[in-house]
Design a protein around this ligand. Structure first.
Ligand SMILES: Cc1cc2nc3c(=O)[nH]c(=O)nc-3n(C[C@H](O)[C@H](O)[C@H](O)COP(=O)(O)OP(=O)(O)OC[C@H]3O[C@@H](n4cnc5c(N)ncnc54)[C@H](O)[C@@H]3O)c2cc1C
Length: 397
């Protein structure tokens, strides 16, 4: 196991960095640098640029348009893309439903859906969670009943991220209510324009709209849109969730934020001297830096195992450690921004002064991002659930 990047990998990093520098629209970079989420248009535009280069689907096999990168190259690309900062290729398509279709879908589904996922002509969202079925996902109740050449779907999904933009949803549906709960679930691809699909916004505590409830009322879905076998959806869902967790740590993004925070702290005068010279801030900064490095090493340890041929049919339980620590680091960055902004982060908290700007541009998103990122220890499997996995699979408790 060698945890250092080779000279070839460093050369690859430079190639990626040069490409991003030359092609990332300046407006997108500036928008993200200020702590904003990318707009739909920015994500689509950048993914199309990446796809033209053959880089939008780093993990896909070459046969289906993947670039043929090693897992370490995939990691380097992700790190560089995040630290630019550039929009991530849309994970729901590229890292979630795409690999499921490649692994378990039929040839017709691959030809029909994969090009639109890679080029982001189709925006996908994830219809797994329901009221009453989050951590206990297998308890889901959205029902699909066969009627001739169609499945008729009724039920509700919730927390569906960016469903307001979506053309398609990949949904787990109950196709057999009379067997053990994991054995009666199927994986269905549903066109969001189908009659009977309704999207209702949920406002998050930062005031944003990124999650939704999605309601299905007698939605008719062609039978050819089922992936794999009927009642085998739980297997495909587990495969998908393992991929989701490994993509979660956002190390590149956190590293870029630390660099920016250092510059901010050097130029910001607090009680007569730069914030950077205040030992309490420096302590927190250095602690975050060390923990981030440790997280990167853990990610590379898992990648190095995959590269050395580790069994990938089951997710490595260390991905649960990565999920927890990655979420903590993302949250830690937002805490440091609030701390650096000081009282200039406060107008957002005051209903009367909401959105008033009293500090530099980057202070506007400091408080909303702090509140928004509470989500990172919930989605993709909550901290407590990951700890359950660690206690069983790693500690043998
Ligand atoms: C911002 C955001 C975006 C999301 N986007 C999507 C999306 O696009 N698509 C989608 O399908 N889902 C999405 N989710 C849903 C997410 O996967 C669930 O919120 C998550 O799995 C937790 O489920 P829950 O909210 O039902 O909470 P619950 O499962 O009800 O959990 C409540 C509390 O109990 C704890 N708990 C539950 N079970 C255990 C256990 N066995 N041991 C110990 N503690 C336990 C949890 O840790 C939590 O603290 C999103 C969630 C958020 C917050």
């Amino acid at each position: 196991m060698d945890l250092k990047f080779t000279p070839e990998e460093e050369a690859f990093r430079q190639e990626v960095r040069d490409f991003i520098d030359a092609n990332l629209p300046a407006e997108t970079r500036e928008h993200l640098k200020l702590g904003n989420a990318p707009t739909k248009e920015m994500t689509v535009q950048w993914q199309k640029i990446l796809n033209k280069k053959g880089w939008a689907t780093p993990r896909w096999p070459e046969e289906w348009g993947g670039p043929g990168w090693s897992v370490t190259q995939q990691y380097i690309f992700q790190q560089e893309n995040q630290s630019a900062p550039a929009p991530d290729p849309l994970g729901f398509g590229v890292n979630m439903v795409g690999p499921v279709i490649i692994q378990f879908g039929n040839e017709e589904q691959k030809k029909r859906f994969l090009p639109g996922i890679a080029n982001l002509d189709d925006w996908w969202c994830q219809g797994f969670s329901e009221p009453g079925a989050g951590s206990d996902l297998a308890g889901l109740k959205t029902r699909a009943v066969r009627d001739g050449d169609h499945w008729v779907v009724n039920g509700q999904k919730t927390w569906t991220t960016l469903a307001q933009h979506a053309d398609w949803i990949f949904a787990l549906v109950r196709t057999d209510p009379d067997v053990k709960k994991q054995e009666g679930i199927s994986f269905l691809l549903i066109d969001m324009k189908s009659p009977g699909v309704e999207v209702h916004p949920i406002q998050t505590m930062d005031g944003g709209h990124e999650v939704n409830s999605v309601f299905f009322t007698d939605v008719r879905v062609p039978a050819e849109n089922m992936v794999g076998e009927v009642n085998k959806g739980w297997t495909y869902a587990k495969f998908l969730l393992g991929n989701e967790r490994l993509g979660a740590p956002r190390v590149g993004s956190s590293m870029a934020k630390l660099e920016e925070l250092k510059e901010i702290a050097k130029s910001r005068i607090v009680r007569g001297k730069p914030l950077w010279d205040h030992p309490r801030f420096r302590d927190k900064f250095v602690e975050a830096q060390v923990e981030l490095k440790a997280l990167e090493m853990t990610v590379m340890r898992v990648l190095s195992g995959i590269e050395a041929g580790a069994d990938q049919s089951k997710p490595d339980p260390a991905t649960s450690v990565i999920k927890i620590k990655g979420a903590q680091m993302v949250q830690r960055m937002t805490e440091l921004y609030v701390e650096a902004a000081g009282e200039q982060a406060a107008p957002w908290l005051d209903a009367e002064g909401a959105n008033a700007q009293v500090g530099p541009d980057w202070t506007i998103r400091a408080a909303p991002n702090y509140f928004n990122m509470r989500k990172s220890s919930i989605y993709g499997g909550s901290d407590q659930v990951q700890k359950g996995i660690i206690s069983k699979a790693i500690l043998g408790l």
